[in-house]
Design a binder for this molecule. Structure first.
Ligand SMILES: [Zn+2]
Length: 455
């Protein structure tokens, strides 16, 4: 009873101190308090080290959650609205953020921690981003069961291009993408070839595919400018022979088809759903402590911009923390020396260890998910290829981040005798008392687990 009274008094006194602190501050220099929000927990930890006791850094994504799969709730949006400094990893991890920032109230400085770092490209022998064949397989999977019903007659010239879809809005929400397979009737061209013109309405920015039989396609935007086709994929489903992929903005486009062998072709167009990486780059810079130094410098500079009066403190704190990161780098190098060079092979869940591997001389033999994100699943061929690579390279272990599904890893382990390490902390730190309550702890824990499995 007495104890709780004392605590109450302590609170009252603290409130009084705070009130007097506020009231004595001259009104002219009054600035809103720093409200710093970091999207990922490891970024928040770095930022807290820089901010010291000048600001309490909040974390947006709950600990343990996969940032690649994160979708903000209304409460998350409210947290962003309350912040006046928002720190993000950047490099494509927070694809959900831009529309949120466009609609959220308030003004804030957004610090992109990875700004200025160059994305790596997959090295020879690594399971790179999806091959054209694999993208084609994924497209055909999306189109499974589609039957061409409606027939459309294409226009004979650009000005008479035919509208592909009727003007009716789809029922139950405009964001439902329903792929529609049409039969497109083309017009005779010279040399016993066929061609025609159709109009394509694009509602969402991003990679769009157009699939038909073999032929030629040119895309014109509303201004009549030709749009670059990023790549063409060979298809073998629903009577389709190829898909053209272009990055399109919302708007109307004229598709000019020519050099088709037949008078009719099956035809379908739509967004490259599920596999549209606007950013094909690898955002996992933070798993290399020397890139993390760069994060800290960006965070320091951003905090100084938001709060110039704290410059001295932020500069001092950042320098001290950077020294610790450099120490961490040295420690990792010593640890890695205990692994025989021929064993420095890693297999991971998705493509997250590239920068780490580059820095410390590991080879990424393969990944279960052949992507820099976690939102896709491997095909049977991809898994079979990974099993082959594990066998031929003699990789000893597969490393999974906590929270990932171990099923495929266990399947690969059964076939190859690979050891499964399933508790790396790569995309989130842990609560205090856990294995990785800070970014530095997280890196140390992972390195110890890797050394243990490979030496
Ligand atoms: Zn990742």
């Amino acid at each position: 009873m007495e104890k709780s009274f004392r605590r109450l008094w302590a609170v009252v006194i603290l409130v009084a101190v705070l009130l007097s602190a506020c009231s004595t501050r001259p009104v002219t220099s009054e600035k809103p308090a720093l409200r710093v929000l970091a999207v990922e927990s490891f970024v928040a930890d770095m930022a807290q080290n820089v901010a010291g006791d000048r600001a309490q850094v909040q974390t947006l994504i709950p600990l343990g959650l996969d940032p690649h799969a994160f979708e903000p709730t209304p409460q998350d949006v409210a947290k962003i609205a309350e912040s006046n400094v928002l720190i993000v990893n950047g490099a494509g991890v927070e694809e959900w953020l831009e529309p949120v920032l466009q609609n959220v109230d308030g003004q804030r400085l957004v610090i992109e921690a990875s700004a200025g770092l160059q994305s790596r490209t997959a090295r020879e022998g690594e399971e790179a981003v999806m091959s054209p064949e694999e993208k084609a397989d994924a497209l055909c999977a999306d189109m499974k069961g589609l039957v061409a019903t409606e027939e459309k007659v294409s226009g004979t010239e650009r000005a008479s291009a035919t509208q592909l879809h009727d003007e009716h809005a789809p029922q139950g929400g405009a964001h439902e993408h329903v792929l529609e397979l049409l039969t497109l009737r083309l017009n005779a061209q010279a040399g016993n070839r066929f061609g025609g013109f159709v109009l394509l309405d694009v509602e969402e920015a991003g990679d769009t595919f157009i699939a038909a039989q073999a032929g030629e396609l040119t895309i014109f935007d509303a201004a009549g400018q030709e749009v670059e086709i990023e790549n063409t994929l060979p298809l073998a489903c629903s009577g389709l022979a190829q898909a053209w992929v272009a990055e399109l903005q919302p708007g109307e486009y004229v598709l000019a088809l020519s050099n088709f062998a037949n008078e009719t072709t099956p035809f379908v167009a739509g967004p490259m759903a599920g596999h549209h990486h606007h950013h094909e780059g690898d955002p996992h810079f933070w798993l290399d402590p020397l890139s993390a130094v760069h994060y800290v410098e960006n965070i320091r500079d951003g905090l100084i911009q938001a709060d110039p009066e704290g410059k001295e403190l932020y500069t001092k704190n950042a320098a001290a923390y950077i020294a610790r990161l450099q120490e961490l780098d040295g420690w990792i190098r010593e640890q890695v020396k205990t692994i025989p060079p021929e064993n420095r092979l890693i297999v991971t869940n998705h493509e997250s260890f590239g920068y780490f591997a580059d820095r410390y001389g590991f080879t990424v033999v393969g990944t279960i998910i052949p992507s820099v994100s976690t939102g896709s699943a491997p095909s049977a061929q991809q898994l079979a290829r990974l099993v082959d690579r594990v066998r031929s390279t003699g990789a000893k272990a597969i490393f999974l981040e906590t929270g990932s599904n171990p099923q495929l890893a266990q399947q690969i382990a059964q076939e190859t005798g690979l050891h499964v390490v399933s508790d790396l902390y790569t995309h989130s730190i842990t609560p205090p008392g856990g294995n990785a309550p800070t970014y530095i702890d997280m890196m140390k824990y992972n390195v110890q687990a890797i050394v243990q499995a490979l030496k």
